[in-house]
Design a binder for this molecule. Sequence first.
Ligand SMILES: [Zn+2]
Length: 219
Amino acid sequence: MKKPLMIIFLGPPGSGKGTQAELLRNKFGLEYFGSGVALRKRQKVGDFTGKKIGEVMERGEWIPESVICGLWMDKLEKFKHKRKFNGLIYDGGPRQILEAEIFDVALKWYEWQDIKVIFINISRKESLNRLTKRRQCKKCGRIIPWIGEFKKLKKCDKCGGELITRSDDKFQSIKKRLEEFKNETMPTINYYKKQNRLIKINGEQSIEDVFKDILRALK
Ligand SMILES: [Zn+2]
């Protein structure tokens, strides 16, 4: 792998891409970029765009591409000046084709060469199950996924706290997220696929096996 590495992580809600992104970060010492985190940070600035981001997200609507692009242009510029920098994980990746296209142009501008696009694939049914049944620790906030051994947990395996179903995991909002994924993100995934850039990973395995497949694919 060449430095800096860019890993774009794509997958439907519940695919476990957040977990895999964290494993990869720890293994290769990569930095993290996620639109959600970056937007909340931007919101805190409290200027016109900051306030509007809050309002638009509150309504559950999409933040326009130009705003998202602004966020990662700032980030990409900063990485250019970092001394110790192995690379970046873009969790969630570009969510619309226009974003993906502009992102490619931006990466070219910053002379980024090693770009990997990983798609963690799970079925719609598996998505639904994992999202409606996953739980969160009331005490430490840890998310307990609805996969394998985790299904049996009665209490948090880290702190022993009580487990509750997350409030955002309501059926209607989940269906909406799955619809959005199908309508908006799938075309983006096909954009990478058509260019033979897509690494497809079977997400319906244990966390360890998914991670092994990813490492194999990155070699
Ligand atoms: Zn806990």
